[in-house]
Write a protein that binds this ligand. Structure first.
Ligand SMILES: Cc1cc2nc3c(=O)[nH]c(=O)nc-3n(C[C@H](O)[C@H](O)[C@H](O)COP(=O)(O)OP(=O)(O)OC[C@H]3O[C@@H](n4cnc5c(N)ncnc54)[C@H](O)[C@@H]3O)c2cc1C
Length: 493
């Protein structure tokens, strides 16, 4: 077990111990086979590389690094170049019974790439080609390791866009975005990744390659590609994807309003979504976040609602007019385009707070969702309960992805542990409080970050009996339980 010497095990260490999973060293013969497949220069076994690949962007991994605590390390990292090499790597590892952990950009925030039982990380970033841009059919075919930013640049050169802009745009890969069911900042118009994915090519656990058919729509049984959306590498490795794209928008217009409180803002969004119009961005911030991010635009204690309309000029004008009428009817104050411009400019700027982790600061975000009838109560319950945890400094929220039936809540918390030793437990205490409050208030425990290692323990409460369907599928596809152990289902083997 990975444990700091002479101290009681932390929650993370207990989780690892609970997963069990005997760790077998990587046989030199297997490592040799990997080198033969991808070339020795594309197999890393040195301490520096294994330390870097031991973590993703999960705050607990960052906390442990800041506090000098160990993380489980993979035995090797391989970087295949194409689907054939991925298939050969998977075949060799599966036969040798070595755990296989697919790795994209490592921007996942829930420990989904941690090598909890050792094994080999398969980094897909060399699969980075755009294979086809079809303007007539409005599709793009690309390899799964391409960064979202590079895919979008290629589309932009062709006058197109996928419309998928997660904040991690510069570092996340297409395969990672598919595997975590991600959402981009413009999702209210373009949809989430599941609305964009038309077909996948994937390497199954034993090394077999499958491809699904790209079509406008099909009535041909359950949709096989959907198995890979959110599977987090547990059912295979996505090597290629065909996605829906759109003509680059003709016009973009931001607009913002001030509303009296969060409930009024939620109701405005609900009414706008009912009209059938789809502003690209709708963001409602609670008073704390409004003051933090839009101090010079919004009155103290009020909430800001930011819209971005884009697409065909006439449609943009219509959306802006309908939203203005809806906001006016709700007594909202028109703040003009400036706050929206400010958001567009700063939307990918990340706060430097994690640097203070080595002083006991604990910070993270969590994203949940609910239907309109529950979301107001979900917000109140979660934020109030979280604020009740000893050590918490703030818990605030915004809504950033809306639907006809409901919306998400993106909650940020900041806490200060009395000493470094208790920072990890404080983190877990806040998360437990938040997830329990979410389930109690009828929310869904994850909107777009996925499950990973950290959220797996709430999967039974989230899905109930239905989780058995996924467990059986996993066992059927991966009978040896080697694909990304411990993730999504919280099981090893
Ligand atoms: C600052 C910051 C901002 C973020 N903003 C957003 C946001 O706006 N929206 C959002 O949705 N997320 C966001 N995220 C979370 C993260 O970027 C996403 O979860 C992203 O989808 C992960 O992609 P990745 O390529 O980095 O995957 P990784 O972190 O490398 O992997 C994530 C999971 O996918 C699996 N995986 C990766 N590639 C493949 C593949 N080809 N085949 C099978 N499995 C694979 C891994 O095994 C792992 O389980 C943010 C993260 C950070 C750090």
């Amino acid at each position: 077990m990975v444990m700091a010497e002479g101290t009681a095990p932390t929650e993370f260490e207990r989780l690892l111990a609970g997963l069990g999973g005997g760790r077998r060293p990587l046989e030199p013969a297997v490592a040799g086979e990997l080198e033969r497949i991808v070339g020795p220069e594309n197999v890393f076994r040195g301490a520096a590389a294994l330390t870097v690949y031991a973590r993703d962007s999960w705050p607990v991994a960052a906390l442990r690094v800041h506090h000098g605590r160990p993380l489980p390390r993979p035995d090797a990292v391989v970087l295949p170049r194409d689907t054939a090499e991925v298939a050969d790597v998977v075949r060799v590892l599966y036969e040798a019974e070595v755990p296989i952990i697919p790795y994209g950009g490592g921007s996942g925030v829930l420990g989904a790439t941690l090598a909890v039982t050792g094994g080999v990380i398969v980094d897909l970033k060399r699969l980075d080609r755009v294979l086809d841009i079809n303007d007539e059919g409005l599709t793009v075919t690309a390899e799964a390791g391409i960064l979202a930013v590079d895919l979008e640049k290629a589309l932009d050169r062709a006058g197109l866009t996928m419309g998928h802009f997660p904040q991690s745009f510069d570092v996340a890969t297409l395969g990672g975005l598919i595997s975590t069911r991600s959402s981009g900042q413009f999702s209210t118009k373009y949809g989430n990744i599941e609305d964009m994915l038309l077909a996948v090519e994937a390497v199954l656990p034993g090394g077999r390659v499958i491809r699904t058919k790209a079509t406008a729509r099909a009535s041909t049984g359950p949709d096989i590609k959907n198995l890979f959306l959110g599977a987090e590498g547990t059912l295979g490795i996505v090597t290629e994807a065909v996605c829906r794209v759109h003509p680059r928008p003709e016009k973009r217009e931001p607009r913002a309003y001030e509303v009296d409180d969060f409930g009024v803002g939620l109701d405005v969004i609900r009414r706008v979504m009912r009209t059938g119009l789809r502003p690209a961005v709708i963001r409602l911030y609670d008073p704390l976040e409004s003051a933090h991010s839009f101090r010079s635009h919004v009155s103290q204690g009020r909430c800001i609602l930011v819209f971005v309309f884009e697409g065909l000029g006439a449609l943009v004008d219509l959306e802006a007019r309908v939203v203005a009428e809806t906001c006016s009817a709700a007594g909202a104050r028109d703040l003009g385009p400036e706050p929206g411009r400010h958001w567009l400019e700063r939307r990918n700027v990340i706060s430097g707070l994690p640097e203070f982790m080595n002083q006991g600061l604990v910070v993270d975000t969590l994203e949940v969702a609910a239907t309109w009838d529950r979301v107001f109560d979900l917000h109140r319950t979660m934020v109030e309960r979280m604020r009740g945890v000893k050590g918490i400094i703030s818990a605030s929220a915004h809504s950033s992805h809306s639907y006809t039936q409901g919306t998400n809540l993106y909650i940020t918390f900041l806490a200060l542990a009395p000493d470094l030793g208790s920072a990890e437990s404080l983190y877990y205490r806040i998360w437990e409080t938040a997830m329990e409050a979410c389930l109690e208030a009828g929310g869904t425990i994850g909107h777009h970050h996925g499950i990973g290692l950290h959220r797996a323990r709430w999967m039974p409460a989230e899905h109930g009996e239905a989780l058995e369907v996924l467990r059986r599928l996993r066992r059927a596809l991966d009978p040896k339980g080697l694909m990304n152990p411990g993730k999504l289902f919280g099981e090893v083997g």
